[in-house]
Design a protein around this ligand. Sequence first.
Ligand code: SF4
Ligand code: SF4
Ligand code: SF4
Length: 256
Amino acid sequence: MKAILTDTTKCIGCRECVVACKKTYDLERDVPRRWGTDDGLSARNWTSIIEKPDGKFIRKQCRHCIEPACVSSCPVGALKKTAEGPVIYDSKRCLGCRYCMMACPYGIPRYDWDQPVPYVRKCIMCYERLLDGGQPACTEACPTEATIFGDRKELLAEAHRRIKENPDKYINKVWGEHEIGGTQVLYISDIDLSCLTYGRPLDDKPLPSRTTAAMHAVPYAFVGMGSAMAGLSWFIGRRMKLQGNSESDTKDEGNE
Ligand code: SF4
Ligand code: SF4
Ligand code: SF4
């Protein structure tokens, strides 16, 4: 499976990776918000650079967990783990419940508040580019190879090789190797990266076994399986209708 290795000691904070991502997905300029988080991620920024007070930089993005809590918490299968590695998103299925946002241990998915029909947005590891034999736009753009793309096993070996050869430079840990069953975005660093975790420290046990039951129990406990599914069906139908209206409005505007 494919993966990304980010070595924070090589990052110069140039943000070429951020720009490449925004260009690839035609993401608009971000809108500052009072309730925004300070990690720079948003529906319009799928990757960001966190600048630490000591002048160090950490690139943040979806970790593409091997057993993703976002996927297991989604009641309609809008998020999917692919065989190649990326966790991708189908906006046509999404009903906007935001369970994925609550379930993600890294605080990654963001809500598209500015749209008439808001969706959840996050990095999809440039899945289409991967299918075409390419690499993610961000890794391709990085001028210092601080963030590189490749086979997960090979990147893990490379990460351990760098740590072994430079024991005074790196903390002896590959972030993403084991936590919550492992992730496909790996990190090595000379500073502690626990700031990338949202909430409590993570153990090595995958989250889906814990999140699925908790997330799905809420609606079913109150309304029962039948009425819950009827409600979901109504929401999806309404959402698709709104999306259709929104798209035809956009086309009409474009034709004016
Ligand atoms: S980091 Fe969060 S959004 Fe990304 S795959 Fe893991 S659980 Fe899903
Ligand atoms: S992998 Fe693609 S979608 Fe994800 S941050 Fe990089 S450029 Fe953006
Ligand atoms: S392009 Fe590379 S060096 Fe520049 S901010 Fe991104 S990860 Fe760091």
